[in-house]
Write a protein that binds this ligand. Structure first.
Ligand code: 4AD
Ligand code: MG
Length: 431
């Protein structure tokens, strides 16, 4: 008999199949009982009926527990009332391993802290499973996008000798006889990559010693970072817009079942369409003041301001040309106003906050050295980076898209810790 997966059951209507999985739930209505089986690809209801099932299997009802590992044989039957449209008329259940203790995660309400402590088990539940599948599809969409647009994957290192995004969020570690840091961003290496390959990207974990406990911050998160040679700020925004549209469309195509489980209102995603509004920082500040806030010009937007701005548009909003003082050392200044940096943040709709940060890079050697000094950064670890301005420097730009914040928005999940398999925060290192 063929071993099949739940997600492919529709190809086996009226056929006998074998499924390998775990007991998700059991319920009984007397002469007939049901077992919900999960196999990692989905859930299916199995019906155990006297006569259809072997006597031994029919008698198993009291002995089966949640999360028992089981191999089941039975016949696939179309059933429009069932989740997935099919059910399984069970013939035989073989128990591979039996759970003798009560499973910690019951259908009743649990606090998030308890669930996170049991994250290794929580991943099996329907919602978490759906979120991880959307994450998987998002990663694939991102790779497919860049791979189809002439980008070369250039992995940036994780151990680095210098800061990228300011020294306050660096994780330092002993590295033989010197100190090293976990990377905050692979950008500087992508700049080397773009000068070698034209268009590159890296996609991996980034680390920030964020002492913030907000629902948008992790200490370890994943970021995709494209970098393009001969690219200015406007073209950079075009790329960010194209990428986000591509991801949204792909998720709408591939993840309807998951979004349905998550009760995500798909119309919020269906209406995402380019071009996204592009406003300057100055315009954003005017907008905030018009809304009655007492926002101070020259500071960064917090979650409240981002939400207020995004509420004005039903699309992701790109905010560009920021006060240089609050942006990183590598940002190029605006020709028209030296006080402004050619940076861009993309704010997701519905209050999900900043999902993209990037901009055009300073390409002049002297100016860049001055900026490094101005930011009190040591020159030595940037020697190689400065070389990029000595040998064939060109206008170039790029950005970083945070995977978890993007997935949170796609799924409509308020807290990003649910969008990564094993979240790392200030207070959580296990499991
Ligand atoms: O805006 P950020 O700090 O930009 C950079 O790191 C640039 N060097 C990227 C580049 O131009 N190549 O981070 C980019 C994105 C943010 O918009 C956000 O989505 C995500 O990374 N991010 C975080 N996600 C979760 N937890 C954190 N602590 C995050 N910090 C940034
Ligand atoms: Mg940012």
């Amino acid at each position: 008999m063929e071993t099949v997966t739940i997600q492919n059951l529709s190809a086996y209507n009226k056929q006998d199949v074998l499924l390998k999985g775990w007991v998700y739930n059991i319920r009984s209505i007397g002469k007939i009982w049901f077992v919900i089986l999960r196999d990692g690809t989905g859930l299916v209801q199995g019906v155990v009926l006297k006569g259809e099932a072997t006597d031994k299997t029919f008698a198993m009802e009291q002995d089966l527990n949640r999360e028992d590992a089981v191999i089941i044989t039975g016949m696939v039957r179309m059933d429009p009332r069932s989740v997935g449209g099919y059910e399984l008329a069970i013939r035989e259940i073989q128990v591979v391993s039996h759970v003798s203790e009560e499973y910690p995660i019951s259908p009743k309400e649990h606090g998030t802290d308890f669930l996170m402590t049991n994250r290794h088990l929580w991943l099996r539940s329907k919602r978490q499973h759906a979120i991880m599948r959307v994450r998987h599809q998002t990663v694939k969409a991102i790779r497919d996008f860049f791979d189809s647009q002439g980008f070369t994957l250039i992995d940036s290192p994780i151990f680095t000798g210098n800061a990228v995004e300011g020294t306050t969020t660096l994780f330092a570690l002993d590295y033989f006889e010197r100190s090293a840091y976990l990377t905050q961003s692979g950008q500087l290496y992508q700049e080397a990559g773009a000068a070698a390959f034209g268009k590159t990207y890296c996609f991996g974990p980034a680390f920030r010693a964020e002492k913030s406990k907000t629902r948008r911050h992790l200490t370890e998160f994943w970021m995709v970072e494209p970098e393009m040679a001969y690219c200015n700020l406007d073209e950079n925004m075009d790329w960010a817009e194209k990428l986000v549209c591509f991801i949204v469309n792909r998720i709408l195509e591939t993840s309807e079942v998951e979004l349905d489980i998550l009760e995500r209102d798909m119309s919020f995603l269906e209406r995402i369409i380019a071009p996204f509004p592009r406003i300057t920082y100055d315009e954003a500040v005017i907008l905030l003041v018009d809304q009655g806030t007492d926002f101070k010009y020259g500071t960064d937007f917090g979650a409240a301001e981002e939400s207020l701005i995004s509420e004005q548009f039903n699309q992701p909003v790109m905010i560009h040309r920021w006060p240089a003082e609050i942006k990183a050392f590598y940002m190029k200044r605006d020709d028209i106003n030296e006080e402004l940096a050619l940076g861009v943040d993309m704010i997701a709709p519905e209050g999900y906050g900043e999902i993209v940060g990037g901009g055009q890079r300073e390409d002049d050697l002297e100016i860049l050295m001055n900026r490094i000094r101005h930011h009190d950064l040591p020159m030595e670890p940037f020697k190689w980076y400065l070389d990029l301005r000595k040998y064939g420097s060109v206008p170039h730009a790029g950005f970083g898209l945070g995977l978890e914040r993007t997935v949170a928005w796609l799924c409509g999940t308020k807290h990003i810790r649910e969008t990564i398999p094993f979240p790392r925060t200030m207070t959580r290192l296990e499991p």
